[in-house]
Design a binder for this molecule. Structure first.
Ligand code: NAD
Length: 412
């Protein structure tokens, strides 16, 4: 199943509950605009390389469209299309005044120099600057991009349109970024893990955790969960999985990766396993926080965790999702679980527009409040309709987008 088919499959499960007619489903699912552009840039040795860049704008009924920029070799139009739709449902679940979009370029940033990445980013902005802006579509970081890429993007966009840092979020804090943005997605995953455990009457100290991916989301989730007393027994990145059944020393792992260009490679404080083995460990809580489609028909029967929090976007395919549900596995879906990032991106955009800076305490408090309200609404919806948390989250999101579309007049 292609990524966009998987997203639409989940949409349709909720749309069935809401008994939406076909015309409405089609209108809500089809993206407003898909743009594919040529990105030509100069390599450090003087050669010209040409790659494709994408921006998909899915829906703007609830406000300007919002969504990250991904630099990864697997990026293609269908993946971006799926991620753009997820952003529409995600911003609606946490009730931010936004629609959904996503962008990306099919490159492997690890094989490019910093200057090459800067030139690619600027060339991409040259192609798409007319369709993005603080009131229309606001990009942000995603896999393979970071605050530096956001700063280049803003600088290039402002050459065409003038000063307006609200055009992009996830910027460096000293360059109109928000305090707490970098940690926000991982922190949100951690906050929601604590809330879910409370609801299930379980204790963090007795809940072993494995986290796939130790980048922005995975590392900050690990930090938060360790401070909340969860034993984290395994973490992984592209270099492999690192396992200690007695619990990893996360502060030590974090300082190791800080000194090792962000990588876990060579970490000696744990047993090293194949990267994919992490997913199948006998733990209570599994947090996929790397790629999409990592739990699928090939490995679903070997997944042993009873709880899964989707730090990554689309880590479980629909077939695996159905099997896990049948086995009673509780899954906190991506559109809620990793919404901390877009929530603090919204705070950054609001600060930029107010020309005012919030304290870290304020950002964290408002993040906690936003995610708590969303979690409670999704939980109640799931209980009252007897549906999964995923279907409940989609139901809430669809109702909000549908209402905004109705109020605006469907054909806007
Ligand atoms: P990142 O680039 O900072 O980190 C990705 C991590 O995954 C790295 O540690 C990488 O080594 C690891 N990884 C890659 N392939 C792997 C594999 N096969 N096995 C194990 N680890 C592997 O990316 P990120 O920003 O942390 O994003 C991770 C996921 O979270 C993505 O799905 C992204 O869409 C989603 N997400 C990110 C944010 C955000 O604010 N950054 C917000 C919402 C959702």
């Amino acid at each position: 199943m292609r990524p966009s088919e998987a997203t639409n499959y989940y949409f349709n499960q909720a749309a069935d509950q809401l008994e939406l007619p076909d015309w409405m489903r089609k209108l809500l699912v089809m993206p407003k605009r898909e743009m594919t552009v040529q990105v030509a840039y100069e390599r450090d040795d003087g050669r010209i390389d040409t790659v494709l860049g994408y921006r998909v704008q899915h829906d703007n009924a609830r406000g300007p469209m919002k969504g990250g920029l991904r630099y990864h070799p697997a990026v293609d139009l269908d993946e971006v299309r799926s991620l753009a739709a997820l952003m529409t449902w995600k911003t609606a679940v946490v009730d931010l005044p936004y629609g959904g979009a996503k962008g990306g370029i099919g490159i492997d940033p690890r094989t490019l120099s910093k200057r090459e990445l800067e030139r690619i980013t600027r060339a991409f902005v040259d192609q798409i600057h007319e369709i993005v802006g603080p009131d229309s579509d606001i990009p942000a970081p995603d896999m393979g991009t970071n605050h530096e890429v956001m700063a280049w993007f803003r600088n290039q966009w402002e050459k065409y349109h003038g000063f307006n840092p609200a055009v992009i979020t996830g910027k460096p804090v000293e360059e109109y970024g928000s305090r707490g943005r970098e940690e926000a997605t991982g922190r949100g995953v951690g906050t929601l893990a604590v809330k879910m455990l409370k609801r299930l009457n379980r204790k963090p100290e007795q809940t072993t955790v494995a986290i796939q991916g130790f980048g922005n989301v995975g590392s900050h989730a690990a930090k938060y969960l360790t401070e909340a007393a969860f034993p984290i027994v395994a973490v992984s990145d592209v270099s492999g999985a690192y396992f200690n059944p007695k619990g990893l020393n996360i502060p030590e792992v974090l300082s190791y990766t800080l000194k090792n260009k962000g990588s876990l490679e060579g970490y000696q404080g744990a047993q090293r396993l194949d990267a994919d083995a992490l997913l199948e460990l006998d733990v209570q809580l599994l947090i996929p926080a790397a790629l999409g489609d990592v739990i699928n028909h090939n490995n679903v029967d070997r997944i042993r965790a009873g709880l899964i929090i989707e730090g990554a976007n689309g880590p479980i395919d629909p077939e695996a999702d159905t099997k896990l549900k049948e086995r009673g596995v509780i899954i906190l879906p991506d559109i809620l679980a990793n919404a901390g990032g877009v929530t603090v991106s919204y705070f950054e955009w609001a600060q930029n527009r107010q020309h005012y800076r919030w304290t870290l305490d304020r950002v964290r408090q408002e993040l906690d409040r936003t995610l708590s309200e969303a979690f409670e609404s999704v939980w109640q919806e799931s209980v009252s309709r007897k549906v999964s948390l995923r279907t409940a989250a989609f139901i809430l999101a669809i109702q909000r987008v549908k209402r905004a579309s109705e109020l605006a007049g469907w054909m806007v």
